[in-house]
Design a protein around this ligand. Structure first.
Ligand SMILES: Cc1cc2nc3c(=O)[nH]c(=O)nc-3n(C[C@H](O)[C@H](O)[C@H](O)COP(=O)(O)O)c2cc1C
Length: 266
């Protein structure tokens, strides 16, 4: 018996390309829409995380308090870095460092030799967080700090006690260093080493050193030194550089001078 004739299958390159294009278009639309729709949620989560770190570093989280309640004790304002003057030209709660450094009116370029934190452009203004005691005197001053580690820019806060010299704490809220290596900047055991260290020398020059190995009581100038992270010398170096930069004259130096002068007058 003769086989029935089956019609030959037609392969059309045009059709294949059209289907592939349609699939790509639909997928990219889904991804783009998800990114746009999730952006406000991501921003809100980042803001909550920043606030949680701020209240923790200032030791404001007491039992029964929410982050929002504890955060009410934090005064936040904008400072012009070059003059150290407080300004109300911007809303500090809405200030975004990453946007500011892309704006030529809100940031200035740094030459290589003036950029140890490797940030390339320095914002002209930054927020400052202050917690006062019941008499209205400074209890904790929290400054935003950031700079390059090995793979990423580390964004964080350093908190200084009322003498503006002793470190209350250090925390990072954003970075992409390797977990287990540079990522150990988030390790609570390492972070605990910072409390009580002295951030400035006798002439108010920033002096923070991260050393290879362990700082012991017999280490000379141990109050300026913190253990480096083992296997993460490059991230450790970045942390040292960024802290000394932001506490120095190119960073919050002028503002800190003003605060010290204010305290001496009062
Ligand atoms: C996959 C990989 C990831 C690494 N991540 C980091 C890091 O996040 N931070 C860092 O300082 N070094 C990191 N390193 C190690 C550095 O390349 C370098 O060896 C190290 O900083 C030297 O530190 P040490 O002198 O304490 O050993 C990484 C290495 C590899 C292979």
């Amino acid at each position: 018996m003769a086989e029935p004739d089956t019609p030959p299958v037609k392969h059309s390159n045009r059709k294949t390309l059209l289907v592939a294009f349609a699939v790509c278009l639909v997928c990219s639309l889904i991804v783009a829409s998800a990114a746009v729709l999730l952006k406000p949620i991501q921003m809100a989560n980042q803001s909550i995380e920043r606030k949680r770190i701020l209240v923790e570093i200032a030791d404001l989280m007491k039992p029964g308090l929410t982050v929002a309640q504890a955060y009410q004790q934090v005064d936040i304002f904008m400072v012009e870095l070059s003059s150290g003057l407080v300004t109300d030209a911007f809303d500090p709660e809405k200030f975004d460092i990453t946007k500011a450094v892309k704006d030529v009116n809100l940031s200035i370029p740094l030459q290589r030799n003036e950029d140890p934190a490797q940030i390339r452009r320095k914002p002209k203004y930054l927020p400052v967080y202050r917690v006062n005691d019941s008499a209205g005197k400074l209890k904790t001053l929290i400054l935003p700090v950031y700079g390059y580690g090995l793979w990423s820019t580390l964004y964080g806060f350093i908190a200084l006690q009322e003498d503006m010299r002793t470190i209350q704490g250090l925390r990072f809220h954003q970075h992409a260093e390797t977990p287990g290596l540079g990522g150990e900047v988030d390790n609570p055991r390492w972070l605990a080493l910072w409390k009580g260290k002295i951030a400035f020398d006798d002439h108010w020059e920033p002096r923070i050193e991260l050393i290879k190995g362990t700082v012991g009581t017999s280490t000379p100038d141990s109050h300026h030194k913190v253990d480096g992270l083992s296997g993460a010398t490059l991230t450790t170096h970045g942390v040292t550089q960024l802290l000394n930069f932001w506490l120095g004259k190119e960073g919050f130096g002028p503002y800190l001078i003003r605060l010290r002068e204010e305290r001496e007058r009062s």
